[in-house]
Unconditional design. Structure first.
Length: 162
């Protein structure tokens, strides 16, 4: 009767609050990554030896499957977003050790998938496209269903020829 209804209401509330927390974290993380990736700049000098190839705006790290880029908002710092042990992380100072790795998501949430799809990330034939990144992630917490989110963004500044 009434007790079962009360217990059911508490479970539903717990699930809604857990879902809200996951959505909030996913939203923050996607906004943070999107802002940084929109401000990526092309490596025109070849000084990003350990970051990305000369003439590129972004690259996929073959080891972590994360995306590397030069962040123009942070003095040209080489950075990478990647998934490790269920958490999205950002590594900074990659080409100017010591590097620093920070978690963008909490341990209360598990990210099961983080994928980056690049388009127009390099210059020269046949690529004459504006740099474009699609981010896909899937995440859940103990009491919430899995959420799948995708966003696409282009570099804020027009792609330069060099």
């Amino acid at each position: 009767g009434v007790a079962a209804l009360f217990v059911s209401a508490l479970r539903t509330e717990r699930s809604i609050l857990a879902s809200k927390k996951v959505l909030s974290e996913v939203s923050y993380t996607m906004e943070y990554m999107s802002r940084a990736l929109r401000m990526a700049k092309k490596d025109t000098t070849g000084d990003g030896i350990d970051c990305i190839s000369t003439g590129s705006n972004y690259s996929i790290n073959p080891v972590t499957h994360g995306v590397r880029f030069i962040n123009s908002l942070q003095a040209g710092d080489c950075q990478e977003f990647f998934l490790e042990n269920g958490q999205i992380k950002v590594q900074t100072n990659i080409d100017n050790p010591p590097s620093v790795t920070l978690e963008l998501t909490s341990s209360e949430m598990t990210v099961t998938s983080l994928e980056f799809n690049l388009s127009g990330e390099t210059q020269g034939p046949p690529d004459s496209l504006q740099p474009f990144v699609t981010i896909y992630l899937s995440a859940y917490s103990k009491n919430s269903p899995a959420f799948k989110v995708q966003t696409s963004l282009s570099q804020r500044n027009p792609d330069i020829r060099w």
